[in-house]
Design a protein around this ligand. Sequence first.
Ligand SMILES: NC(=O)c1ccc[n+]([C@@H]2O[C@H](COP(=O)([O-])OP(=O)(O)OC[C@H]3O[C@@H](n4cnc5c(N)ncnc54)[C@H](OP(=O)(O)O)[C@@H]3O)[C@@H](O)[C@H]2O)c1
Length: 235
Amino acid sequence: MKMNEKVAIITGASSGLGKATAIAFAKEGANIVMAARRPEKLNEAADYVKSLGANVLALQTDISKADQVVQMVNLTLETFGRVDLLINNAAIDYPSPITELTTDQWDQIIGVNLSGMFYASKAVFPTMMKQNSGYIINISSVAGKKGWPNATAYCATKFAMAGFTQALNGEGKPYNIRCSIVYPGGMDTEWHTNPNPKRIDPEAVANFLVHMATQDPRFVVNEAVVSPINEGGYP
Ligand SMILES: NC(=O)c1ccc[n+]([C@@H]2O[C@H](COP(=O)([O-])OP(=O)(O)OC[C@H]3O[C@@H](n4cnc5c(N)ncnc54)[C@H](OP(=O)(O)O)[C@@H]3O)[C@@H](O)[C@H]2O)c1
């Protein structure tokens, strides 16, 4: 059990990659904090992770609301006393041409994908500084490497995550806090309404996240593109 006694917060854990990641870290013995908005999906996912024997805290949280994110981290500390890993995974998109993308949709995409990452990272950082250890993994996308039509706001957030990650990695170094960015390619999740057999299972990406988080803490995988070999999304 490579993550015994460790505490991992995973945002967007009610489905897809977030849920798969909660399962993968639970199997390595971590205590898991699962955050998302939909209580039924969240509790169902949390019950499954508990059934694996993990200690689980399921917290209904809208990551785009700073006060809710602070509450999420406070409850984590009250329950488990520390935070070793934060995975900023929650994201949304409203695929549409720029002429149809509303300013409200733009604000929401920025609010969840970017501001949510900032609120959560800021909220855990003081604890990680005191611990003199910690790891933050930000989930971007191949849409953070290449711009796609009908995804201006989404791509803008996924590209921007790179600058945030690099800057924060530098800030964390004196405290042994590491910060990485992962760029998944197409994954078979609720994100897509149409099936495509070329997509990768979120479990495969989740297992890769475990691999990253269990390396020697004296080095960091700064960034990783994890895309299906037979999908055209990334060269
Ligand atoms: N699927 C793909 O092909 C693909 C490819 C590249 C990158 N990604 C990235 O992978 C990550 C996970 O996506 P996925 O494929 O697993 O899709 P998903 O199943 O739709 O998962 C998205 C998660 O984010 C949560 N979420 C959305 N808004 C939230 C908010 N305001 N506060 C808290 N949680 C929120 C959702 O839960 P609630 O609705 O319950 O809040 C859900 O659990 C995202 O960052 C996405 O950009 C996905």
